[in-house]
Design a protein around this ligand. Structure first.
Ligand code: HEC
Length: 452
């Protein structure tokens, strides 16, 4: 017996079936079966909102789904949640909500910002909906959470705020609106960034805001760690980035900021002026670990060939010029994007799958941030390989038109294949030291030095 009629979609066309991946999938399914078996004997009615479901929503949904945010509804109380039960079941089973689009069965599993649900949590929600959404005993309801106002600076008071020249006016009804705005930083010297946050003045209409740095032409960026321009990104539920101690990003003197805005209509005309706030390290301070953005694309020259009614794959490669620790992984595609996998082609020609998104969603710009102790640590010469898949069939519900040929372009109806990695380059000594530290930890685990 299984109450899960539809398992989360999975890809089989890549290296998903590497031995580790396969083993993990088997293990995950086994866990799910155990969970089902353990709860199967009595009726599904045993799952109640107040006791079983509300704690999951507090943990995984309410940061975004509370009044005053851009999420379409609040999920605080039974009354809020009840009308959305069917839709919630569908979204959590498809692993579209909470937004986390990784294939959890391959590659690295530990992330600092993982907001995904466990199989057991999904199972609880599904059984609650199938059991007729009983409220349960009000006394079981956990105390309500409180939320910091969206208007706060979560990174502390910024040293510099940058915003575009005027308020934008979004129409009451109509399609989403993508627009690029620009603003000067006014910086007269190079500064190292400790933290950054983007804050819309009207979070209800801002679907996302992505900022990029445009250094003045001719700036010598050798050894600055500055390669790509992407900076901070905003989407509902995201309240800035603070780098670990001794880690930072360069903002070169004279830079301009590009705001790539995505607005949506809410039934009444509304205005917004989005601001980027930055906390700097003290003047003259240079952090030991410099974050570099590596943004590599498919070859050659971004050319994409996405014929009508087809599912196609393209590849991109980047050879690490120096030893590196990869901090985060972020695929970038548009509406026909289906999935992207990152693998390392090692010096001995073996291949390791690092991460894979198997149900990419263009609506969400998610950088998956590896936990420090498992972040990929790779020697110079390793070739990073991005495999991107576009789905130009009608099975892709975001596809604007499966009968159209699509290629590379800036418009969201065109497409892209980019892999954005935050990387810290290391010198040889530092690389050896970090590898040695990992080895010691693994040995301790294997020899039972760390029993848990
Ligand atoms: C990071 C913020 C965030 C988190 C966390 C989150 N959501 Fe959402 N959710 C949104 C936004 C924004 C939308 C609307 C845009 C979209 O559908 O992508 C949405 C849409 C939905 C929808 C579709 C509503 C409709 O219009 O049909 C459902 C259902 C939903 N979320 C349920 C949940 C549940 C249940 C959880 C927790 C298990 C959750 N969400 C966690 C931000 C979030």
């Amino acid at each position: 017996m299984t109450r899960i009629e539809k398992m989360p979609k999975r890809f089989c066309w890549l290296r998903a079936a590497t031995l580790t991946g396969l083993a993990a999938t088997v293990a995950a399914v086994a866990t799910l079966m155990t969970a089902l078996a353990a709860t199967a004997p009595d009726a599904p009615n045993s799952v109640t909102f107040t006791r079983d479901v509300a704690p999951i929503f507090q943990k995984a949904c309410q940061t975004c789904h509370h009044p005053g945010t851009a999420a379409p509804m609040s999920l605080l109380t039974f009354q809020d949640v009840r009308p959305w039960a069917r839709s919630i079941k569908a979204r959590v089973m498809a692993r579209e909500m909470p937004p986390w689009h990784l294939d959890k069965s391959v590659g690295i599993r530990e992330f600092k910002n993982d907001i995904s649900l466990s199989d057991a949590d999904i199972n609880t929600i599904v059984r609650w909906v199938d059991g007729g959404t009983p409220q349960g005993d009000p006394k079981d309801m956990p105390p309500p959470l409180t939320f910091r106002p969206e208007t706060d600076w979560f990174i502390g008071k910024p040293d510099l705020t940058i915003t575009f020249d005027k308020e934008m006016t979004m129409y009451a009804n109509g399609p989403d609106w993508w627009i690029n705005k620009y603003a000067d930083t006014g910086l007269t010297e190079d500064r190292w960034v400790k933290a950054m946050q983007i804050k819309p003045s009207n979070a209800r209409i801002v679907h996302h805001a992505v900022t990029s740095v445009i250094p003045p032409a001719g700036t010598d960026l050798t050894d600055s760690g500055f390669v790509g321009g992407e900076f901070e990104e905003y989407a509902v539920g995201k309240y800035g980035t603070t780098f670990p101690e001794n880690t930072g990003r360069l903002l070169p003197a004279g830079s301009r900021i590009q705001f790539d805005m995505h607005y949506f209509a809410i039934g009444e005309e509304a205005k917004d002026r989005t601001t980027l706030g930055i906390v700097f390290y003290p003047k003259g301070y240079v952090p030991k670990y410099k974050i570099t953005m590596v943004n590599f694309r498919n070859l050659p020259n971004d050319d994409l060939e996405i014929p009508p009614n087809s599912i196609v794959r393209h590849d991109g490669y980047f050879r690490l010029p120096r030893p590196a620790r990869i901090v985060s992984f972020q695929p970038h595609m548009h509406m026909r994007g289906k999935g992207m996998t990152l693998e390392a082609i090692n010096l001995d020609n073996s291949v390791t799958t690092i991460s894979s998104t198997d149900h990419f969603d263009f609506n969400w710009h998610i950088a998956y941030v590896y936990r420090d102790d498992v972040a990929p640590l790779l020697p110079a010469g390793t070739v990073l390989h991005a495999i991107g898949v576009h789905d130009n069939t009608s099975a892709n519900r975001r596809n604007p038109d499966p009968s159209m040929w699509a290629g590379y372009g800036e418009r969201s109806v065109d497409d892209m294949l980019q892999l954005r990695l935050a990387v810290v380059y290391l010198d040889d000594a530092e690389y050896q030291a970090q590898v040695a530290e990992r080895k010691t930890k693994v040995t301790q685990l294997l020899t039972g030095g760390n029993q848990r």
